[in-house]
Design a protein around this ligand. Structure first.
Ligand SMILES: [Zn+2]
Ligand SMILES: [Zn+2]
Length: 447
């Protein structure tokens, strides 16, 4: 990347800004205007041919070699090689394949920016030069782009490392897709001393150059259940000599539909979906048992816990009505609700508007989708948002988890610059309190 004209003005104003924020003297505007410039300049740098092309190449290499949760060994290796190249130290391994890089003073404040690394167990159907080379595995959620963006941010930040007013932690986590990699990262202590964390997801719906977000609950809490409903198999022509688990399971599924439609507050969004029904084989045999399973989602802990209890009750008791036994298993960990911290939302609006203009920051409705980013948000203030990829001139973009999912690589500079800007501005605006050198003891008397 080429030299940056603003390097010099950036130097040193961090300390000054800390004073500005606390003392607010009349001359504050020059320093504040420098801070306002940061996001736009980061975007300019991220869009430079050198940085953009490098991020695109990184993303394509990861896309060609997708790895599932906790198996991201090559992806992790690639990230470490890039960090080594940039001279960025890191802690590894964490949660099997995860790692955390560090840029800055090594001292507080600490702020984290996060990317997920895992792919999905599905076949890519899109034909293109850098299609997945691993049958049955695909980056269909954009996590390859998330890694490239975070590495892009690392590059932007490393060039400013001397000027950082604290430490940025680059969190590369495994197993977002149902594995709860974030939980393992938290358990490994990566959030120790970290004050706030930011996460990005690409969006196929939002136009390129825009972001969508909201304060408060953003994504639902999510749990998975599986149940085995056991009866007594036998000849399909002699049902009275059997205990039919297929009919029992069918009634169970219908009863489960009433949890949301009849028991939940219509204004409190919840979902119960049975997405699995396995049982039987031969057309003249009633099977011994049927396995069903699915997901349940809610936006509060209370609703979530209530749903979980009722799912278990409905399955076991409804199965009994038909003389069957049922056992219910819940898959751990449950993903908590992803909640955007209100103060970080205000902070995000400032930084995002300085980069993209306020008209490009759009608010969104909460989604019933889930993110394991929520595990970070349970520990420290967290903020998650979507960065747009849609560009009508480049054809249709498919939703995440589609076998035709494709990333608009023009999104990479936006993600990198947003990550870097949020981190730098966060550090600047969260400096430890500095006492005024002039008569600070008197200041209270004047209030
Ligand atoms: Zn996904
Ligand atoms: Zn995802």
């Amino acid at each position: 990347m080429g030299s940056l004209g603003w390097e010099r003005s950036f130097m040193g104003w961090g300390v000054l800004l800390a004073f500005v924020l606390i003392l607010k003297p009349a001359g504050a505007s020059t320093h504040e205007s420098s801070a306002v410039e940061i996001p736009r300049k980061f975007l300019e740098d991220a869009k430079s041919k050198e940085v953009r092309d490098w991020m695109v190449a990184v993303r394509r290499r990861i896309h060609e070699n997708p790895e599932l949760g906790f198996e991201e060994f090559e992806t992790s290796k690639l990230i470490r090689a890039e960090l080594d190249d940039m001279g960025i130290p890191y802690r590894h391994p964490i949660a099997t394949t995860g790692l955390v890089g560090f840029i800055g003073t090594g001292k507080p404040p600490f702020v984290a920016i996060r990317a997920d690394m895992d792919a999905l167990p599905m076949q890519e159907l899109l034909e293109w030069e850098h299609k997945s080379r691993i049958p049955g595995k695909m980056h269909a959620c954009g996590h390859d782009a998330h890694v490239a963006m975070l590495l892009g941010a690392a590059k932007l930040l490393q060039q400013k490392r001397e000027t950082l007013q604290g430490t940025v932690a680059l969190v590369f986590q495994p197993a977002e897709e149902g594995g709860g990699g974030a939980k393992k990262m938290v358990e490994a202590g990566i959030l120790e001393n970290v004050e706030a964390i930011f996460g990005i997801h690409v969006s196929f719906q939002a136009p390129i150059g825009t972001v969508t977000t909201r304060p408060g609950p953003l994504l639902a809490g999510n749990g998975f259940f599986e149940a085995v409903i056991s009866g007594k198999g036998g000849h399909a022509a002699i049902p009275h000599h059997t205990i039919d688990p297929i009919v029992a399971a069918s009634n169970v599924i219908l009863s489960l539909q009433h949890l949301v439609s009849r028991e939940a507050d219509p204004l409190d969004s919840q979902v119960v979906t049975v997405s699995k029904f396995n049982g039987g084989g031969a057309l003249n045999v009633i099977p011994d048992s049927v396995t069903i399973g699915g997901t349940f989602r809610a936006f509060s802990k209370e609703s979530f816990t209530h749903l979980k209890q009722r799912i278990e009750q409905v399955i076991t008791l409804q199965a009994k009505v038909q003389r069957c036994n049922a056992t219910v298993n819940f898959k751990e960990p449950f993903f908590p609700v992803t909640v955007n911290n209100e103060d970080l939302h205000k902070f995000f609006l400032d930084v995002g508007s300085d980069m993209l203009g306020s008209e490009s920051i759009n608010s969104m409705q909460p989604l019933m989708g889930a993110e394991d980013f929520s595990f970070y948000g349970e520990e420290i203030p967290g903020y998650f948002f979507f960065v747009g990829m849609k560009n009508e001139t480049q054809g249709q973009f498919q939703p995440g988890h589609s076998p035709y999912f494709r990333v608009n690589e023009d999104v990479l500079p936006y993600g990198a610059a947003l990550h870097a800007s949020l981190a730098v501005r966060y550090l600047l605006e969260h400096q430890p309190e500095v006492t005024s050198p002039v008569n600070s003891s008197n200041s209270h008397d004047e209030l």
